[in-house]
Every structure is written in C-alpha cells, then in structure tokens.
Design a protein around this ligand. Structure first.
Ligand code: IDC
Length: 341
C-alpha cells in the first residue's frame, strides 16, 4: 500500500514538473510573438469615421502618416510593389497614396484606362502585402466632367478590393472654383452610391472647393453617409494660419478631415521650403489627429519631390538620392510612426 501511495505521489510530482516546463516554453513563445512588430493593418484593422476623428477597429482615435506617389501617367516607375515595401520598411509609412492621373495629357486614364488602372492596382496589391493602408486617388481638377468614368472606376475598385480594410477612396483630388452645393456634393454622392454597392464600410474622402481647401463649406451641407471624411490640402510655404483657421472651423463643426496631400514647398510644387511653417502644420495635424500623405515620391527637379533624378523605381534609395524635402518628411515619418517600424 505504502509503495502504491509513493508511486502515485511520484507520478503527480513528475506531472507537475512537465506541466511547469511546457508553461515556461509557452511564456517564451508569447514573448517572442509580442516582440514582433505588428503591421498597422494588424493593429488598427477596419477604420471608420466618428465625429471629426478616424477610429480603428477598437474605437481608438488614430492618425496615419505616409507618402503620395506622383501623377501615375508621368511617374509610373514608382508604381511598384517594391517601392511600397521600401516605403514601409525604410520610411516607416502607414499609408501610401496612388494618384491616378485622370485627364491631363494623352497618357492619362481617360485615354488609356487599362494601363493606368494596372499601375494603381499594383500599388494596392503592394500595400495589402506590406500591411499598410492605401489611398486610391482620382487625381483630377475636373472630375465632375468625368462622372461616369469615375463611377465605373470606383465600382470596379470596390468590387475587387472592398473587403480589404486597407482601402481608402479619394474620389476627387482637387476641384477648382466650383460650388460645393451644386456641383461637388452631387458628384460625391453619385460616386459614393456606386462604391457602397460593393463596399459598405471603408472610408471615402471627398474633395472640397479651391484645391481642397474650403472644408468649411461642408459644415452647412455635409454628406449624409457613414464613414465620410473631407480632403484638406496645403503647401506649407504658401498656405499658413488662414488655412488652419478654415480647417479649425470645420473640425469644430465635427467635420472629419484627411490631408491626403500636402507639400513642404510652395503650392507650385517648387520654390522655397519653410521648415518652421512645415513644423507648425505638423503640430496642428498631430493635435487634431489628422492623417496625412506627403507630395510626392517623384524624381522630378522640384522642391516637393522626395527623390533626386534617376532614383530607382524599386526603392533601396540611399541618403544621397533623397532630397531636402524627402529627408525632412522621412525623419518625421520615422519618428512619429515608431509603433510600426
Ligand atoms: C504638380 C506637380 C508638378 C506638375 C503639376 C501639374 O508637382 O510637377 O507640373 O502638378 O499640374 C496640387 C496637386 C498636384 C500638384 C501639386 C503641386 O494636387 O497635382 O502637383 N499641388 O503643384 N495641389 C496643390 C499643389
């Protein structure tokens, strides 16, 4: 009897030890998992708009920061998966913007839709693989003249990619001096209706009068749909406090803003870089948790271009290939997007 009892105690003791062992290896494994940096998509997941903020799948207010590519018809070499991967890995972006040139010049989407669409889809696929958000931008100043083309393009995008939380639609880059009430809002509503047939929840960003600066005009006549944000664009050496005041009016009226494009140059895309104004704007965006994309990943000889002429389309850019504006923005991205790089 004594022997049997002893055996039972021994078995229990051994069982306890092995149990402890497996527990400790579980702990090690868990620590390893936690030390792996999750992608922004794994962390934030499905985005939505609540009041004047963008929130993630856990209802936390979030802010995305990243880079815009240049007009697709003129700078197609950067519409690659490799460039997107590099921007994520080396620049720390959480969002990229594909600026599909709609109607400027004979190489634009209106004249050769398949070629331009393919470029944009490549960037979208690259963003999904890299685990970052991607803005699909209808880069035009006259989108109301191409409503049918816009509807069918965005319907196709929504059908193909609508289930991915990565997608953000920007359905009109920059309207000129046309009425919000009479032209812009109806344009947006028609395109939104098309997108919502296939994608019920991803965010849609809507352009506003005068190069997407008059976000205040939305206040009295907002679009009555869920998950809508409004585009605010600025070039910090040209647009200063006056534009921040307009933005503040909109924010205070619960209008959600998204800076899908800004430059640290003058509005022409060239000219001087005013570092202190660029920082005032960044502070403003951080205070208000407004997401942003910088103009632009391009190797054109202009101040807003992030790369010097000849930089490869596949990323791997050395310090010498990055311009003054590119370096400023890359530093800001690396510092502020630390959770994801
Ligand atoms: C600019 C490019 C410039 C090009 C021009 C063509 O930087 O090289 O010649 O387009 O129109 C915007 C536009 C964006 C502009 C940018 C700078 O969305 O397309 O790019 N800008 O002018 N809005 C305000 C400034």
């Amino acid at each position: 009897m004594k022997k049997i009892l002893l055996a039972i105690v021994l078995v229990m003791f051994l069982g306890l030890i092995s149990c402890k062992k497996s527990n400790s290896s579980d702990v090690v494994k868990k620590e390893e998992d936690e030390s792996k940096t999750l992608s922004v998509i794994e962390t934030y997941g499905q985005l939505s708009v609540r009041g004047n903020k963008i929130i993630d799948k856990n209802n936390n207010v979030i802010q995305l920061r990243g880079m815009s590519l240049f007009w697709s018809q003129w700078m197609g070499q950067y519409y690659t998966k490799e460039a997107v991967q590099w921007l994520k890995k080396d620049w720390g972006v959480t969002v990229v913007r594909a600026a599909m040139g709609v109607d400027e010049g004979e190489e634009s989407y209106i004249y050769r839709p398949e070629i331009e669409k393919e470029k944009v889809f490549r960037v979208m696929d690259g963003a999904i693989e890299a685990g970052v958000y991607v803005i699909v931008d209808w880069h035009s100043h006259h989108a109301e003249d191409y409503l049918e083309e816009s509807k069918s393009f965005f319907a196709e995008v929504a059908k193909k990619y609508g289930d991915e939380p990565n997608i953000i639609y920007e359905i009109y880059n920059e309207p000129l001096d046309v009425s919000w009430d009479i032209v812009l809002k109806p344009y947006h509503e028609a395109v939104i209706e098309e997108i919502r047939k296939y994608d019920s929840n991803n965010i849609i960003v809507c352009g506003t009068r005068l190069w997407s600066q008059r976000v205040d005009e939305v206040i009295s006549n907002p679009i009555q749909e869920d998950n809508i944000a409004y585009t605010l664009h600025y070039y910090s050496s040209t647009h200063k406090q006056e534009l921040r005041d307009i933005a503040t009016l909109a924010i205070n009226a619960d209008v959600a803003l998204f800076v899908t494009e800004f430059g640290v140059s003058e509005a022409s895309g060239n000219g001087v870089i005013d570092i202190s104004e660029a920082n005032i704007w960044w502070d403003f965006l951080d205070e208000n948790k407004i997401s942003w994309c910088n103009w632009s990943i391009a190797d054109k000889e202009e101040a807003s271009a992030a790369l010097y002429p000849g930089a490869a389309g596949t990323g791997n850019w050395s310090n010498e290939e990055i311009t003054i504006s590119g370096k400023m923005v890359r530093e800001e991205l690396k510092e502020k997007n630390q959770d994801f790089n």
